[in-house]
Ligand binder design. Structure first.
Ligand code: GDP
Ligand code: MG
Length: 208
């Protein structure tokens, strides 16, 4: 017998104010029927039948504007979703210089990262080589999304489940099947993004 309440995992959203964290969560919630957070709590919970696990999603309630998230916010997080705005270079710089260091400081090594470039519907204004380097250095998956157009939002949460279910020693390369590995090595791409991977391959690759 399965006990989903024992299989509960904390997920945190971080990133500069205005990048779209709350919008991403709202878009996902509407489509996937997550009840609104009860007054006084900072998170919403969703049981994902397919993976038999519950994710507890924490969103900043504006404190990130002052970089004043409490230790409690980070504590026990299994997956950290780092969000920046594709039209705002500063928000990407903050990921590298502020958000990754603080999350690493406040969580254990088992906390995994997903990098999300939001506002994909607008014209990007960032240097993609910064993203590739960041992802390589920290072994992070990258997903581009649009919260307002509901593009690739579900991908974030599919990848969250995938990361939770992967063994601690698994990394992106080890985790995928051999064909994908070969293709990835040939193309020297180990990141998930609609831009670097053809859509057909991208869809297969991101399935949990
Ligand atoms: P947060 O501070 O990170 O939680 O950001 P919000 O979710 O409050 O969003 C900040 C602003 O960006 C709002 O005006 C949103 O409507 C807008 N926004 C969020 N996501 C997108 C997106 O994907 N595309 C565009 N064009 N605007 C977005
Ligand atoms: Mg917000």
């Amino acid at each position: 017998m399965n006990y989903p309440f024992l299989n509960k995992h904390k997920i945190i959203f971080v990133g500069d104010s205005g990048v779209g964290k709350t919008s991403i969560l709202n878009t996902y919630s509407k489509k996937n029927k997550i009840p609104k957070a009860t007054l006084g709590t900072e998170f919403t919970e969703k049981y994902i039948t397919q993976h038999n696990l519950t994710i507890q999603i924490w969103d900043c309630a504006g404190q990130e504007r002052f970089r004043a998230l409490t230790k409690l916010y980070y504590r026990g997080a299994k997956v950290c979703i780092l969000v920046f705005d594709l039209t705002n270079t500063t928000s990407l710089d903050s990921i590298e210089n502020y958000w990754i260091p603080i999350v690493k400081k406040e969580t254990t090594e088992s906390c995994k990262f997903i990098l999300v470039g939001n506002k994909f519907d607008l014209t990007a204004n960032i240097d993609y080589s910064i993203i590739w380097n960041l992802c390589k250095t920290h072994n992070i998956k990258f997903i581009e999304t649009s919260a307002t157009k509901n593009l690739y939002i579900n991908n974030i949460f599919e990848n969250v489940c995938h990361l939770i279910n992967s063994k601690p020693t698994d990394d992106l390369e080890k985790n995928e099947n051999e064909t994908h590995n070969k293709q990835l090595q040939e193309s020297k791409v180990s990141l998930i993004t609609p831009i670097t991977l053809p859509e057909q391959f991208y869809n297969i690759y991101t399935q949990c």
